[in-house]
Design a protein around this ligand. Structure first.
Ligand SMILES: Nc1ncnc2c1ncn2[C@@H]1O[C@H](COP(=O)(O)OP(=O)(O)OP(=O)(O)O)[C@@H](O)[C@H]1O
Ligand SMILES: [Mg+2]
Length: 788
């Protein structure tokens, strides 16, 4: 059972102390022994007790019984309250609802004694004993007196201690309240149905609601909808007793709809009899922490992204030179995968001959004493790849330290290709500098940006004199404006121009240059510069000219010789018309001696004379034309016509040798730009050789000359077919060599001259034995393309 204690004010009831116990004891004694008979005195001694009797029941809830102190008041005015702690809201219990209350009621019905009472299950026995006791009035009076004295003393003591306790309680309460209100963390009490009962200032501040607004509001209102399942689960576990408390990170929604984070620890409070009562939650706002965490994570991800996708290799080493990061670009540089090298000391990435230097460098780097000339922040280093090859890297170092030691991060750029390109550039640059041809580089406007030393040598201009100027300052004026226009059109459309230009040196001398001008293209294919490569061909031109003159002289001589050889036949040929003219003149003379000359006959004879004279004149013209000294010149000519004119001339010699000449011409042959006299000379030689080859041969002496064009080979072919002695195999290869002859009086120059002329025209010459004796000589000339 629990013991009753008396108190003037039930609100300030305290747990039972020894004093209370004493008071209770006294009460009990008083009750047991004297209550029924000394009621008036008791009432007088302790009037405070008139109002209230207080006890704690089995569940530690305060129960007090109040009764208006009106003598003779009946039981119907008695009330028994049950109250919980500080809450004045309780409920009445009718007397019958408490064990032993019936007895109590019967004692309270003695209204003068009813200020003191004990609610007890043992009360029945006690009361029974009391009822049976026959009190000794005097003893009882004495005892009552003593007891009252003791009771008074006890009451005073009790009140003193109660006051102290009350004060302590008030202080404690104030402290608790202050702690609750000013706590740096949020504290909230929520009912079992999930609504706020009470919360502190921190919670209200976090959520942006006033405390009043939050009281009674469901917690689901303030948590993020996505986190509500977590909240429900937490409640379920607590209610089912699966956990004493649950700690988790949750998002909440503030009044302004912004979202924050809390670290929330919740536990369930039960009432003294173990029934679920309410939840206590302690919440810590971790929004800033979360934001920082997110920012850090983002930062880290971004950093990872940057390092991962960086074109630069990135390798981080710890204080023991072990590899802790190795990005994809580093994998590319070293040829190792990151997982192959992770946590290994990086020493194996350095060629063994450089290990000592590398170790010294790393030591300095790790100590942080770098940045000097000896140990700079950037360096070119040589590394060893997985395949054993070496690479040159441009490396920059940075040191950073953490609680677990120093780290070195190396940013690496493979400069091997760059170095190779530099080397190639140096080689090219040296080649250009040393080049035996003049090189000019201009911008797109034609302004000179660079000339090599040979340019100065060739033109007489120094670089300083031509820098920024246009190469036209060297123009001689001999090249046509249209050619310059063509040049610019070509190079500005990305093509190359090549040709011979007559230019003028600084000293005024003229020079011939073979010039190639081409655009220099960027990686994107756009022209960024023009480059001209100029070769001085003045000497070559002069010697070519000399050669040509000599060649022409040789050809001329050859023609003279040919003509000499034909002289007899020509003289014979020329003699014929001359003799005819003489004869005709005699006839005319005779006719004129008659009185009446036959004028018609005279007219006829004069016509014959004219014809023969013309014939003789033509022979002389051909001879003169063939042997005259002349410069080589090419003009469009009809090959069939050329053949005809040569045959006319050689017919005379042919007839003398009893050789007939037949011609077969291809139709519709376009004119070709040829040196007519030279081609005539070729035909002259071939026909002459053919006639000579048939000189000692019996049978028909026929020379066939034919022209044909071949589209397949795109050439015009001329053949001279004889029925002569033929060309033995053993000499077939030699006949085109100069001075090869099988003829006693021959010079052996005819065919070699033919080859020279034909090849100069871009054609070729060859001989084929005929099936039935004799030889056919062919030469060809290109049809479509320009002859060189
Ligand atoms: N139609 C031919 N049939 C057989 N042999 C030939 C014929 N044409 C040339 N030859 C041979 O080729 C040689 C070289 O001929 P080429 O015309 O070059 O010199 P050549 O006729 O001997 O003397 P020339 O300088 O007076 O012409 C001849 O000596 C001859 O042996
Ligand atoms: Mg010959």
């Amino acid at each position: 059972m629990r013991i009753c204690a008396c108190a003037p004010d039930p609100v300030s009831i305290s747990p039972i102390t020894s004093e209370n116990t004493l008071a209770v004891f006294i009460c009990r004694y008083l009750f047991r022994r004297s209550l029924a008979r000394l009621e008036i005195r008791v009432q007088k001694v302790i009037p405070a007790l008139k109002r209230t009797l207080v006890g704690l029941d089995e569940t530690a809830r305060v129960r007090y019984m109040r009764q208006d102190n009106i003598p003779g008041d009946n039981v119907g005015r008695t009330a028994l309250f049950a109250e919980q702690a500080r809450n004045s809201v309780g409920h009445f219990l009718s007397p019958g609802e408490i064990d032993g209350t019936a007895k109590l009621v019967s004692y309270r019905s003695l209204h003068l004694y009813s200020q003191l009472a004990v609610v007890t299950t043992a009360k029945a026995e006690i009361l029974a004993a009391f009822e049976k006791t026959t009190p000794d009035y005097y003893i009882a009076a004495a005892l009552i007196g003593a007891l009252i004295a003791i009771l008074a003393t006890s009451l005073i003591t009790t009140r003193f201690w109660q006051k102290r306790i009350t004060e302590a309680l008030a202080q404690s309460e104030a402290r608790y309240r202050a702690t609750f209100d000013q706590a740096a963390i949020g504290i909230s009490y929520t009912s079992l149905d999930g609504s706020h009962i009470e919360l502190n200032a921190k919670v209200s501040q976090m959520l942006g609601y006033t405390r009043e607004e939050l009281r009674g509001i469901a917690i689901s209102h303030v948590f993020h909808p996505e986190d509500l399942p977590k909240v429900m689960e937490e409640r379920r576990r607590l209610v089912l007793g699966e956990a004493q408390s649950v700690l988790q990170e949750l998002r909440y929604v503030r009044r302004d709809l912004s979202v924050g984070w809390v670290n929330r620890s919740v536990s369930l409070v039960r009432d003294p009899v173990g029934r679920l009562d309410y939840f206590v939650a302690v919440v810590q706002d971790i929004t800033v922490h979360k934001q920082l965490q997110n920012a850090l994570r983002l930062c880290e991800e971004r950093l990872r992204g940057i390092v991962g996708s960086a074109l630069q290799g990135s390798v981080t080493l710890d204080s023991r030179r072990r590899i802790v990061t190795f990005n994809p670009a580093a994998e590319e540089i070293f040829g190792y995968r990151a997982d192959e090298v992770m946590n290994l000391p990086a020493d194996f990435l350095v060629p063994p001959r450089l290990t000592a230097n590398y170790l010294a460098h790393m030591k300095v780097l790790l100590s942080g004493n770098y940045g000097s000339d000896t140990y700079p922040r950037k360096a070119r280093v040589t590394v060893l790849r997985k395949d054993g090859s070496e690479r040159k890297l441009e490396t920059s170092f940075s040191r950073h330290s953490s609680e677990i030691g120093a780290f070195i991060t190396l940013l690496l750029v493979d400069i091997t290709p760059q170095l190779m390109a530099e080397r190639r550039l140096r080689q090219l640059s040296a080649a250009i500098q040393q080049s035996p041809v003049a090189i000019i580089i201009t911008d797109l406007g034609g302004n000179i940006e660079y000339v090599n030393p040979h340019f100065t040598e060739q033109s007489g201009y120094s670089f300083e004199e031509v820098r920024g100027r246009n190469p036209r300052l060297m123009k001689s004026g001999e090249t046509s404006a249209s050619e310059y226009k063509r040049l610019w059109q070509l190079i500005s459309s990305g093509h190359e121009w090549a040709g011979e230009l007559r230019n003028r040196k600084k000293n005024g001398e003229l020079l011939w240059e073979f010039v190639r001008i081409m655009p220099i293209l960027s990686d994107e294919g756009a022209a960024i510069n023009y480059m001209a490569v100029k070769e001085d061909i003045t000497q070559r031109k002069a010697s070519e000219l000399r050669e040509r003159i000599e060649q022409e002289q040789i050809l001329h001589n050859a023609r003279l010789i040919d003509m000499g050889e034909m002289a007899a036949a020509l003289a014979h040929e020329l003699n014929q018309p001359l003799m005819a003219i003489v004869n005709y003149a005699g006839v005319v003379e005779r006719l004129l001696t008659t009185d009446a000359p036959d004028r018609q006959r005279l007219q006829q004879i004069l016509t014959y004379i004219k014809e023969d004279a013309s014939r003789g004149g033509r022979i002389l013209w051909w001879m003169r034309d063939f042997v005259r000294k002349r410069e080589s010149q090419r003009e469009p000519a009809d090959i069939n016509g050329v053949v005809r004119s040569v045959v006319r001339l050689t017919q005379i010699a042919a007839r003398a040798s009893d050789v007939s000449i037949e011609m077969a011409f291809a139709e519709e042959i376009s004119e070709l730009p040829i040196d007519r006299v030279q081609i005539e000379q070729v035909l002259f030689n071939l026909i002459g050789n053919g006639i000579e080859a048939m000189g000692s041969v019996a049978g028909e002496r026929r020379l066939e000359i034919a022209t044909e064009s071949s589209e397949a080979t795109n050439e015009l072919r001329v053949s001279v077919r004889d029925r002569g002695c033929g060309l033995p195999d053993r000499i077939a290869m030699d006949v085109f060599s100069p001075f090869f002859t099988t003829k006693p009086g021959g010079m052996g120059l005819g065919l070699s001259i033919c080859r020279g002329i034909v090849e100069a025209h871009g054609g070729r010459i060859w001989a084929v034995p005929n099936d039935h004796g004799g030889t056919t000589f062919y030469f060809s000339l290109p049809l479509a393309r320009q002859l060189t």
